[in-house]
Design a binder for this molecule. Structure first.
Ligand code: SF4
Length: 881
């Protein structure tokens, strides 16, 4: 297995399917109906191919996702049971951190330039060359790892196993002959991990250990002849950025809270990174929290290193994520020793390869294929099984989570996400080191995350799993075998059986509430004081809840008795962790069913898979956020591109609980929206929900896509409307324009990747309203189908809105304004971008509140146009750019 690929004879034929080609096929392959005239039928073509491929005996078919092609051939008459070697699957093992396993991407990364011949043949040859490339990479792996992968690969397929056996043999031979560049399995390249070096001599519980030096000042760093201007590639002096940095520097110096809105393009991460580095250099730790992982990565991999290099700074920076992001070596070893199927074999193989290079064990470094995310939860650190007391004592357990926590404890700047920041607050500082200052970027998402962090949930399948886990824990199993400890263990098992029965009673009773006397069952329902007082169906819920809570208490007592009788320390620790989960379930029963606080919002919801859950959330988290963040640190900065509504911060200050306590600052975007962006308001479209709205919207989307060659993002607020509109855009496909539909055409990442290839319209809902960054020529038009008001019958929204004298004006409208601005913000990402936003919801001009919404948007040129004139006007606007 030397990776050399010799291209021999080729077989090429069209197959006539006996019907006209569909638009997506035309677009994807470039084959036209006339190309197929005179071609053999599918069956005839397959027979010819079989004669060619099987002439020297049964072949091994190699291809990218080859299972698809082989099953097609089998359906068309080829005998079944052929051996296969899938280059996509091999790539996912030997390149566990590749950003994509698309054939063309792998080929490009390997500098393989396919012949521009016919697509199918071209792909086949590319696959063969990629196979050679993968073989060359595989043989650089340590022989022992390759041997284990070869054994596990028997579950994937004999050809895959043979591939790795040959790679192992080659690697061993080269190791002995000294040919390999890295004998003995040393990494081929520097690990991609995030450096988490501990500073020498730093004490864990003390603040960051840093050398004090003359302080950095924002004025000097951002000066026209300052270090950024001198050494940061592409640096532009932006007044807005300096203004923001100065305000943050002042807040760090004086203490207190700052709520700062910085429009797109300000460069706010640099604006807070400079004062953060300055504080860190003075021995004051700074926590930076983001909502999304991409921003976290950008900070840790790009912005902070670039800034430190420019400033000659060497402040220690660590990133810390929630525990489920880290590979748990203990759980991984358990799966490694008990692999039973192809999927498990594949993830163990790819993590075997990954572990030769990763320093962090961070999932973000792994490209998990479909279905592997589920398996990841079996090998990641988890609340349920993580027991650091035990693992610290186990020799050879190199716990990534613990290393990340140790690194964070010693770092001067710690980058986290909101979920971890708030979980730490809920656990009274148990997860993060003490810090003087906190910067909360993407602060517009803080309340959503706090709702989860400080809420309670009773989820039927999860509760059942937690109960089973306690019953079958090794402490209970061992106790059952010991006559001196068997009695409480039997008692515990009986209580678990009782709790399982009562779980059914509780959820049956809750489920009955979702079935109204007349009409179809609902998916969610708020549990109000009125319902508790007057609905006959409530009493059975309460009674069942009481019985379930009693059973859980019984389990807790029995578990405590087992622990008091002694036994294996590790097993008892695991039992304690498992019963802790049940305590959380009991809290949800108490607050949700029996004793809600006046400020609690309680509701039940049936999920898409049919599972039922009870939720408890707080009406207003301001006090919690203030206490957890503002009162606990010297300075806290809340920042985002969307915090102010029509120039007012009242909404954000109220939701963060810091009205009257915080300074505010709004720095506009450095972009010239009047020149770069056109806001189009159709003058003659019906209102959303009316008969003609979706057909007219779809027609306009088609016109825009034709006029712009795709390059259009359409934002919806409901999946139903999105699907309705998508079903009306079929004509675009036949014109070579891809219609990419969320929920139908792949993951968010896959859709965005395809969109960047051009000639595409992308239709998305919530997750596409923010975090989509498509600068340059890729995106020229954003269509907003409907104003993004929250669904009024959402129990959480209902409960939160009731707190206000005027719920619409004080709560729903500001929320919608901020979301609308997020959607608008997808268009202009750089100073050279230009394009149009078409807002289809006419309520923005017909309703009084429309003014607030429009005032919240960037100052774009606004035009009211008839539907028929919009596409040509947008095209002309874009052409002039
Ligand atoms: S402490 Fe142990 S159980 Fe927890 S993540 Fe680390 S290795 Fe896994």
């Amino acid at each position: 297995m030397d990776g050399a690929v010799t291209l021999g004879e080729r077989f090429l034929t069209f197959a006539n399917p006996g019907r006209a080609l569909t638009a997506p096929i035309l677009r994807l392959t470039g084959i036209r109906d006339e190309d197929l005239q005179g071609a053999p039928s599918s069956r005839e073509a397959v027979a010819l191919f079989v004669d060619f491929a099987f002439r020297d005996g049964p072949p091994c078919f190699v291809g990218h996702n080859v299972g698809f092609d082989v099953s097609f051939l089998e359906r068309a008459g080829m005998s079944t049971g052929s051996r296969t070697l899938d280059t996509a699957e091999l790539a996912s093992i030997v390149l566990p951190s590749a950003s994509s396993y698309a054939l063309q991407r792998l080929a490009a990364d390997a500098a393989i330039v396919p012949d521009a011949a016919h697509r199918a043949l071209d792909d086949a040859i590319t696959s063969a060359l990629v196979l050679g490339h993968l073989a060359r990479i595989a043989r650089e792996l340590p022989p022992d790892i390759l041997g284990e992968i070869a054994a596990l690969s028997e579950l994937i397929g004999p050809s895959t196993a043979q591939f790795f056996r040959e790679a192992a043999a080659t690697a061993t031979r080269e190791a002995w002959s000294g040919e390999s560049e890295h004998r003995g399995g040393l990494p081929r390249s520097a690990p991609r991990g995030i450096a988490m070096d501990r500073l020498p001599g730093a004490a864990r519980s003390e603040g960051p250990h840093v050398a004090r030096r003359s302080p950095l000042s924002v004025d000097s760093v951002f000066a026209a002849d300052g270090p950024l201007a001198r050494s940061l590639a592409g640096y532009e002096d932006r007044q807005e950025q300096r203004e923001l940095a100065v305000a943050i520097e002042r807040t760090f110096a004086d203490g207190g809270a700052l709520v700062a809105e910085a429009g797109t393009g300000v460069g706010k991460s640099m604006a807070y990174a400079v004062p953060a580095l300055a504080s860190a250099q003075m021995g004051e730790r700074v926590i930076i929290s983001t909502h999304t992982l991409p921003l976290q990565d950008q900070l840790v991999r790009k912005d902070l290193p670039a800034l430190q290099a420019a400033l000659g700074s060497d402040v220690s920076v660590a990133v810390l994520k929630g525990r489920s992001n880290y590979l748990c070596p203990r759980r991984w070893q358990i799966l490694r020793g008990a692999v039973t199927n192809r999927e498990e074999a594949r993830i163990v193989c790819k993590t075997l390869v990954w572990r030769t290079t990763t320093e962090t064990g961070d999932r973000a470094e792994l490209n998990l294929m479909r279905g592997e995310g589920e398996l990841w939860s079996r090998i990641s650190a988890s609340d349920e099984s993580c027991d650091q007391r035990r693992c610290k004592r186990m020799p050879g357990v190199n716990c990534y989570l613990q290393r990340a926590r140790d690194a964070a404890a010693d770092a001067a700047i710690v980058v986290v996400n909101h979920a971890l920041l708030l979980q730490d607050a809920r656990m009274h500082g148990a997860l993060l080191p003490q810090a003087e200052h906190v910067v909360i970027d993407e602060a517009h998402r803080l309340e959503d995350v706090a709702t989860d962090a400080f809420g309670l949930e009773l989820h039927e399948p999860r509760l059942r799993r937690d109960l089973q886990r306690v019953a079958h824990s090794s402490a209970v199993t061992s106790a059952l075998r010991d006559p001196g400890r068997a009695e409480p263990a039997e008692r515990l098992r009986a209580d678990v059986d009782r709790a399982l029965e009562r779980t059914s009673e509780v959820f049956d009773a809750l489920g009955a509430l979702l079935v109204p006397v007349t009409g179809p069952a609902e998916d969610r329902m708020r549990i109000t004081a009125g319902l508790r007082a007057s609905d006959d169906r409530w009493l059975p819920v309460e009674l069942a809840g009481e019985r379930l809570a009693d059973a859980i208490v019984g389990i807790g007592f029995a578990a405590e008795r087992i622990r008091n009788l002694g036994g294996d320390e590790d097993e008892l620790a695991e039992l304690e962790t498992a019963t802790g989960e049940l305590a959380a379930a009991r809290a949800a029963i108490t607050r949700g069913l029996h004793d809600p606080r006046p400020t609690d919002i309680v509701w039940i919801e049936r999920e898409a898979d049919g599972a039922l859950a009870l939720y408890v959330a707080q009406t207003h988290l301001g006090r919690v956020i203030r206490r957890a963040l503002v009162d606990a640190h010297r300075a806290v900065v809340f920042t985002s591109a969307t915090l102010a509504v029509a120039g007012s911060f009242a909404f954000a200050l109220d939701r963060f609980g810091i009205a009257g306590l915080a300074d505010t600052l709004a720095v506009g975007s450095p972009f010239d929206h009047q020149r770069q962006a056109l806001l189009v308001l159709p003058a003659d479209i019906q209102l959303p929900g009316e008969d003609r709205f979706v057909p007219d919207a779809a027609r306009l989307i088609e016109d825009l896509a034709r006029a712009l060659g795709g390059r259009t993002l359409v934002l919806f607020t409901s999946h139903a409307t999105l699907r309705d509109a998508a079903s009306r855009l079929g004509a675009l496909e036949s014109e070579g324009l891809a219609v990419l539909t969320q929920g139908i055409d792949g993951s968010r990442r896959a859709l965005l990747e395809r969109f960047t290839q051009g000639r595409a319209v992308l239709l998305g809902t919530q997750s596409f309203w923010e975090g989509v960054d498509l600068p340059g020529d890729i995106l020229r038009c954003v269509v907003i189908a409907r104003l993004p008001f929250s669904v009024p019958d959402d129990p959480l929204i209902q409960g939160r809105a009731e707190r206000y004298d005027d719920p619409f004006v004080e709560f729903q409208l500001p929320q919608a304004a901020l979301r609308l601005r997020q959607g608008f913000g997808r268009l202009i990402r750089t100073k050279t971008d230009y394009g149009a936003v078409v807002l289809l919801d006419r309520r923005v001009v017909t309703k009084d509140y429309g003014e607030v919404l429009l005032e919240s948007l960037p100052d774009a040129r606004t035009e009211h146009l008839p539907l028929d004139g919009i596409a040509s006007r947008v095209a002309a606007w874009c052409d002039r750019g």
